[in-house]
Ligand binder design. Structure first.
Ligand code: DC
Length: 228
């Protein structure tokens, strides 16, 4: 279905190094980087802004369908993307802890995931190549992707990475807060009835616990280049 477009699907839990690696792999290959987590985050923000309660599933589905969302390369930061929701730049806002904590309510709704999957498949049309990262890319969104990777790391290492990331952003969370949050997110991501986080059978598992970002990138890009 998607084999004619060169697509790299990268899935994995929070803190596995997925986002940093996906951006840089895309850059190395000259492919477009697509962050699907940003889409679920943007919808969560929209729902909160419209004062829709997370129990009002029909209204959330409606918001997902009418959402005008654009993911653009960031002018300010080459390693980042700019997220435009209904004409407004929400790139910073969607990364706030409050959004992170509430994404699970929208991400578990089957019809929301259906809209997202359709949108994500449309996004790669016409592209020379794409690196798409998320939780269900290799399993649901692009099951025919030529290259599939599943990134993982030990729980302690993932906590440490998230903690350092938040500290760099001057967020006040303690290591315990971060560990609790990750444990919860792993659980909700992996036990969701639709589109749960799962390694596709034919995805290559990359354990990033003892690898530097560069080593992971070399590994992934190396495998893709060797195959071409
Ligand atoms: O990758 P991220 O941490 O920015 O993603 C935020 C949340 O969005 C994550 O906890 C689960 C959800 N998500 C999802 O359900 N499906 C995806 N393909 C990507 C993210």
């Amino acid at each position: 279905m998607f084999e004619e477009i060169k697509v790299v699907a990268i899935d994995g839990p929070a803190g596995s190094g997925k986002s940093t690696v996906s951006k840089l792999v895309a850059e190395k290959l000259g492919f477009t980087y697509i962050d699907t987590g940003a889409m679920y985050r943007a919808l969560t923000l929209k729902v909160m802004k419209k004062n829709i309660s997370f129990s009002e599933e029909e209204k959330i589905i409606e918001a997902a369908r009418e959402m005008d969302l654009k993911l653009l390369p960031s002018v300010a930061n080459a390693n980042s993307i700019c997220v435009i929701l209904d004409g407004e730049d929400v790139s910073g806002e969607i990364r706030k802890m409050e959004i992170t904590g509430n994404v699970k309510y929208v991400a578990k709704i089957a019809k929301v995931r259906e809209s997202m999957v359709k949108f994500q498949r449309r996004m790669i049309k016409g592209l020379g190549g794409a690196v798409m990262e998320g939780r269900d890319i290799g399993t649901v969104v692009l099951p025919d992707a030529k290259y599939k990777f599943y990134l993982d790391a030990s729980f302690d290492e993932r906590v440490q990475r998230r903690f350092m990331e938040l500290r760099a952003r001057a967020a006040s969370a303690t290591r315990e807060d971060v560990a609790d949050d990750l444990k919860q997110r792993d659980h909700t991501d992996k036990t969701r009835a639709v589109g749960p986080l799962k390694k596709a059978e034919n995805a290559i598992l990359v354990d990033t616990t003892d690898l530097s970002i560069n080593e992971v990138i070399e590994k992934i890009v190396g495998m893709i280049n060797d195959d071409q």
